[in-house]
Design a protein around this ligand. Structure first.
Ligand SMILES: Cc1cc2nc3c(=O)[nH]c(=O)nc-3n(C[C@H](O)[C@H](O)[C@H](O)COP(=O)(O)O)c2cc1C
Length: 246
């Protein structure tokens, strides 16, 4: 049986619209965790601006190391998103190597590599793409920079000097957003890919040299019928994730 944990909002600066919406929602954190999966195909309808503001207002409650709150998120929608999509696809297709602001190019080993293959197989299997079909896999990969046709994409940035500490905080912030979105029927896909070719987004956001894009996330209302959204990944056993000592 899952424990129902209401998401209480303690911050008196949170506007009343947030609280009224919170009272109306029924999904527990456990439900959100059990039902969420990454979405890689979206319907065009945008998330209403008031709802976006509500979600990003609540996400400020995410904890961070020493409460430094290092994340600055940039959300692109509409014409700006379309322009960025074009520029990103051009950057990827140009053949230039990725030039991420942060070291992001880990080469997975052993069981991590197996799980990496497992997630790729889940996605390409759902999309009916054979392992040997490099061309279709590349087209599917390219959809990362097309934001999977989502109406919105968020880019998570922070001061470069923060390194690992800031990366932890940004990850926690992003997952907080994902849970708030899930609660509201909004699907998402976090994307390391959105940090691989940072220059077009850096230009659009006017980022200073000392600030970097760590990763991003496409989000909106999922196209539930799309094969890509039928992909489901598995999880390792409890014993593999935790040791209880007493
Ligand atoms: C930090 C991070 C980066 C990710 N980058 C990508 C990405 O670039 N492209 C993609 O399609 N999925 C990406 N994902 C989604 C993962 O592949 C996905 O979360 C994982 O396979 C588990 O599947 P699920 O989210 O459906 O449970 C990323 C997830 C995280 C947390």
């Amino acid at each position: 049986m899952s424990v129902r944990l209401p998401l209480f909002v303690y911050d008196s600066t949170v506007p009343p619209i947030v609280r009224s919406h919170m009272a109306a929602t029924a999904m527990s954190v456990s439900d959100a965790l059990e039902t969420r999966s990454s979405a890689r195909a979206f319907r065009p309808a945008p998330v209403p601006q008031a709802l976006l503001r509500e979600i990003f207002t609540l996400a400020r409650q995410a904890p961070s190391n020493c409460n430094v709150q290092p994340c600055r998120a940039y959300v692109v929608s509409g014409a700006k998103k379309d322009r960025l999509k074009q520029e990103l696809v051009s950057a990827v297709m140009s053949g230039s190597p990725p030039n991420p602001d942060f070291e992001w190019n880990v080469k997975y080993q052993g069981e991590h590599r197996e799980r990496q293959f497992g997630s790729a197989n889940a996605l390409y299997g759902a999309m009916g793409i054979e392992r040997a079909d490099k061309q279709r896999r590349q087209i599917a990969m390219l959809r990362n920079w097309q934001f999977f046709d989502a109406p919105h994409a968020a880019f998570f940035t922070m001061a470069k000097y923060l390194g690992l500490t800031g990366a932890v905080d940004l990850g926690i912030y992003a997952q907080t957003l994902v849970m708030l979105m899930t609660e509201r029927g909004i699907s998402s896909c976090m994307q390391g890919a959105l940090g691989m070719f940072p220059d077009p987004a850096r230009r659009m956001f006017g980022l200073a040299e000392d600030t970097g894009i760590l990763f991003g996330m496409s989000f909106g209302y999922a196209d539930e019928d799309a094969p890509a959204n039928k992909a489901r990944t598995d999880r390792v056993t409890l014993d593999s994730t935790v040791r209880f000592l007493s």
